[in-house]
Structures are given as C-alpha cells and as structure tokens.
Ligand binder design. Structure first.
Ligand code: DGL
Length: 260
C-alpha cells in the first residue's frame, strides 16, 4: 500500500487504517517539498500526484494507493483513477454525515483554499439543500500549525482563534465541524478549546479504512510489501524533528526520494 500526503496529515489516515488492519505494511510518502498543496495551482497538484504514483510503482510492488490528502483527492482523484490501473482511494469531504449529526443546524466545513475552491466542493455545495446551514472556512494556516505541533513547536492560540474568527463571532456557532484536511485531526483538542460548547468533529478516516479493509479481505494474497518505508521528498532539519513521532509507526527505512 502506498499512502501519501504533502505532510504529516496522511499519518492520521494511516493510524486509523493500522488500528483496524494491524498487519498491514505500507510505504508512506511525505511530499514536504510540495507542502502546502493548499496554496498550489490545480495543475501542480495533479502533476505532482501523477509523478508520485509513477515514481513509486517503478520501485515498489504497490497494489493500492491511498491519497491521504483532501486537497489532492478533491482535485486529482478522478484523473488518477483514469490514468492508473490499480485501486486508488482518496479522502473526500462527505457532508451528509454532518447534516445527520448536527443538532443546531449549523455545520462548519474547514479545508485548504485549494480544496474549498475545487469543483468537487462547489458541486456538493450547489447540490446540497442544506448549503445555507454550512459555514465554510478556507485556510492554509491550520495545516502549518499541525506540522508545528507534531514537531513539538509551540502553536499560537491567537493564530488559531483568528482562523476560526468568523465562526466564533456567530451567535449560533457550528456544533458539528467537518475537518476537510487530514492535518486537522491532530488539532481537535486545540480547536475544541477555543469554542465554549462541545463540538462533534467528523472526517473521512473511517470511510477510507472501511474501503481499504474490504480491499484486503477480497485480495488476501496481495500484501506483497513486507516492510514499512517512510519517504520524504526534501531533506531539511525539520525532518529530524519528526523522528520521535515516526517511531510509533514502525518504519524499517526512512529515506529521501527524488520527485523531480
Ligand atoms: N493534508 C492536506 C489535506 O488533507 C493539506 C495540507 C496542504 O495544504 O498541503 O488537504
């Protein structure tokens, strides 16, 4: 299984998959050279995803790919599925879950700028009869704060509050927040703390895990990668700050991969 993201966000997807399929082996590709995808043009994101999959399938016997990034999935998933002849699973915001969960009829959707501007999100919003109840925040800062937290760097509460200001100011605040970026799962506690009411957080993790589990049940002989590999696309000092965190995921190898 190849699982990739621009940063550590995809690890939250990996964690959920590992919890449910403990014997799984994986290649995690952290495209830190491309981070943040949320600020990039759609053409860059599409080409980058094609490049990542093409590069990895030449080196490793990959049978399934998880695009563990909402930005990459909303923009490129349908194209990737047409190009590659292996199962490709993405993480796409599913607002119907939030519509079922909300009690005060106020839903928050927070994602990167590129995700919010994608035609996937525009289409689901235009088709959704509850669209008026959905408050949207487009931010590229929150993923950066998650990257800091995982590197044990302090994150500014003022910055965090500024990101959520438009919801904090509402007289009826969202009681259900859809985390439309895989990075945001690492900041649930911090986000909860800035609202003085309990928040239900939703994301696509369970849905993705179910699909992957089903795939491995149907294709039991297909797990031919026998170790866990962590690849990053750019070396810098920041990579060393991640090592403590990566220990939890039993990577046998950690190394750089060239995507240029
Ligand atoms: N983790 C990515 C996502 O789920 C976004 C981070 C970025 O902007 O690169 O959207």
């Amino acid at each position: 299984m190849l699982i990739f993201d621009s940063g550590i966000g995809g690890i939250s997807i990996l964690e959920n998959i590992k919890k449910n399929i403990p014997n799984i082996n994986y290649i995690y590709l952290l495209d830190n050279e491309g981070f943040p995808y949320g600020e990039k043009k759609e053409s860059f994101i599409i080409q980058r995803c094609i490049k990542i999959i093409n590069t990895i399938i030449k080196i490793y016997p990959i049978k399934i790919v998880i695009v563990a990034c909402n930005t990459a999935s909303t923009i490129s998933l349908s194209i990737l599925k047409k190009i590659f002849n292996i199962p490709i699973i993405g993480v796409l915001p599913l607002l119907d879950q939030a519509i079922k969960k909300t009690k005060n009829n106020k839903i928050g959707l927070i994602a990167t700028t590129a995700t919010i501007n994608s035609s996937y999100i525009k289409n689901i919003m235009s088709e959704c009869i509850y669209a008026k109840s959905i408050k949207v925040i487009a931010t590229n800062e929150l993923a950066k704060l998650a990257e800091k937290k995982i590197r044990k760097l302090s994150i500014s509460n003022i910055k965090l509050k500024n990101i959520f200001n438009s919801w904090i100011m509402l007289s009826v605040k969202p009681d259900t927040i859809y985390l439309g970026c895989t990075h945001f799962s690492f900041l649930k506690d911090e986000i909860q703390n800035i609202f003085y009411q309990p928040i239900t957080f939703l994301d696509s993790h369970i849905t993705v895990t179910k699909i992957v589990k089903q795939y491995f049940l149907n294709n039991q002989t297909n797990q031919i990668i026998k170790k866990n590999v962590f690849l990053y696309s750019e070396y810098n000092q920041e990579i060393n700050k991640l090592l403590w965190f990566l220990k939890k995921y039993q990577f046998n190898t950690i190394k750089k991969i060239n995507l240029n």
